[in-house]
Design a protein around this ligand. Structure first.
Ligand code: GLP
Length: 263
């Protein structure tokens, strides 16, 4: 696992956006796995800026979102469909038919989940999967105890996740959908590269457990230690519980030096 620690949220978002930009310049038909939540917003803003000011072209890109609540319509103000439209899709030139988000209101969820998995495979697999992390170490909506080999399916949200999401639903836990469709941990692990983003002290324990703790279904993000191409991009506050901060910074500095010699 590569751990990149940046002084601020803005800088971590910029580093993540540069990784996506460089991959897109190499592969115009990039397949991106996308996350919601407050953490990736800075990355999305940076990509929108690169599109507007540098002409970064997304016209051949395909996207797959990690998850969506069950039981609210796509046009609900706090659906992940609406989130993606607001924070990314309405500002980029990704064709509508190339954007996939789990459909929470379809009947026949099992068939839908199988179809979603097949659509990812048909697109050639996910090149870069963007991930946030829950305070309990969840990725997507794979709550603690999720099978580390799980595929896209319906998950029941934990009380902690319901409370974390309550501010979006009028601050009432009861109003938060109790279930979601989410890519599985195994689905995420199939991505060629994962970018795990985290900001702020509230994520410090989750990051320490995910990066330096035991690999366990109790902390689904910890399985990323088994992924050959995961980059964890965090700010100082989210890094504050890590034991090897100095080493990660040294690794990153050395890598930057090597890269500058290459150019
Ligand atoms: C939800 C989402 C996750 C996200 C997490 C953290 O549970 N399903 O994909 O990583 O929230 O969100 P935030 O970035 O707002 O802290």
């Amino acid at each position: 696992m590569e751990v990149i620690i940046q002084p601020t949220y803005e800088e971590l978002a910029e580093v993540a956006a540069e990784i996506v930009r460089d991959a897109l310049l190499k592969k115009p038909n990039l397949v991106l796995g996308l996350a919601t939540g407050s953490t990736p917003i800075g990355l999305y803003e940076a990509l929108v800026r690169m599109h507007r000011t540098d002409g970064l072209d997304f016209s051949n890109v395909t996207t797959f979102n990690l998850d969506e609540y069950v039981g609210i319509p796509p046009n609900h103000p706090y659906s992940y469909h609406t989130f993606m439209e607001t924070h990314l899709f309405n500002a980029l030139n990704i064709p509508a038919e190339n954007r996939y988000i789990p459909q929470s209101t379809t009947v026949g969820h099992e068939e839908f989940c199988e179809w979603y998995e097949a659509a990812i495979v048909d697109a050639g697999g996910i090149d870069i999967q963007v991930l946030g992390i829950g305070k309990d170490g969840h990725i997507g909506f794979n709550e603690p105890s999720s099978s580390l080999g799980s595929r896209t399916r319906i998950k029941t949200l934990t009380q902690s996740t319901l409370e974390a999401n309550a501010p979006h639903f009028g601050s009432t836990v009861d109003a938060v959908p109790k279930m979601a469709i989410t890519m599985g941990v195994g689905t995420i692990m199939d991505a060629k590269q994962c970018l795990l983003l985290a900001s702020g002290e509230s994520k410090a324990v989750a990051i320490a457990n995910a990066v330096e703790g035991a690999i366990t279904a109790e902390v689904p993000a910890s399985v990323l230690q088994m992924h050959p191409q995961t980059i964890v991009i965090i700010d100082e506050a989210a890094a504050s519980q890590l034991k090897r901060v100095d080493y990660y910074k040294q690794v990153y500095a050395n890598k930057q030096e090597l890269l500058s010699q290459d150019h």
